[in-house]
Design a binder for this molecule. Structure first.
Ligand SMILES: [Zn+2]
Length: 168
C-alpha cells in the first residue's frame, strides 16, 4: 500500500500546492496527468509515497523493464521507493512538441542520510491521451557546481548513470 498523505498537506513534489490540488488525483487514477511536467511531478510523488503501481503504469511500453513480469517490476520499484527519502523536486526547464516532451529536473534524494540527488533530462511521450515516461539521462547533482541553474543548453549527462534513469 502507498503511504498516506493528507490531501490538505503540501504535495510531495514540492509544487507549493496542496496534495489534493496537485498529484493526488493522478496517483489515485482519478485523472490523467495533463502534461509531461505534471506526470514528472506525480512520478516523484509516487516514489516519495511508495506508489509502485503508479510508477509502473506511467512507464512507456517500449522500455525493456516493461517486459519483466509485473510482480517483479513492482517489487523492484517498491525497493527503490523505500531505499530513499524524497525531500523535494525542482523543475528546471521543459519543452513540449506535440506528443513528445522533455523535462529537466533536480530530484532531491537521500539514502540513509547521504545526498544522492541528481539532475535528469527525461523524455515523455503522449499516447492515447496519456503521458508516459520513456527515457532519461542523469547526472549526480554533487558533480555540478550550481545544479539549480542547469538548463537544457548546459546539461551534461553523467557517463555511467543511464541505467538508473528508469527508477525515477
Ligand atoms: Zn504534486
Amino acid at each position: 500500500m502507498p503511504k498516506y498523505l493528507d490531501p490538505s498537506k503540501p504535495c510531495a513534489c514540492s509544487s507549493g500546492k496542496t496534495h489534493a490540488a496537485c498529484c493526488r488525483p493522478y496517483l489515485r487514477g482519478e485523472q490523467e496527468a495533463p502534461d509531461a511536467v505534471s506526470l514528472m511531478r506525480s512520478r516523484y510523488s509516487a516514489f516519495a509515497l511508495e506508489n509502485a503501481a503508479y510508477l509502473l503504469r506511467t512507464l512507456h511500453a517500449s522500455l525493456p523493464e516493461r517486459a519483466q513480469p509485473e510482480s517483479e517490476m513492482l517489487t523492484l520499484l517498491r525497493r527503490a521507493c523505500r531505499a530513499y527519502d524524497y525531500p523535494g523536486l525542482q523543475i528546471l526547464e521543459e519543452k513540449t512538441d506535440g506528443a513528445k516532451a522533455e523535462v529537466l529536473f533536480l530530484a532531491q534524494m537521500f539514502k540513509q542520510g547521504k545526498d544522492e540527488s541528481f539532475l535528469e533530462r527525461s523524455e515523455f511521450a503522449l499516447e492515447n491521451g496519456r503521458w508516459f515516461y520513456t527515457t532519461g539521462k542523469m547526472r549526480r547533482a554533487s558533480e555540478v557546481e550550481a545544479p539549480t541553474k542547469v538548463t537544457f543548453a548546459t546539461f551534461v549527462p553523467g557517463k555511467d548513470e543511464g541505467d538508473e534513469a528508469v527508477t525515477v
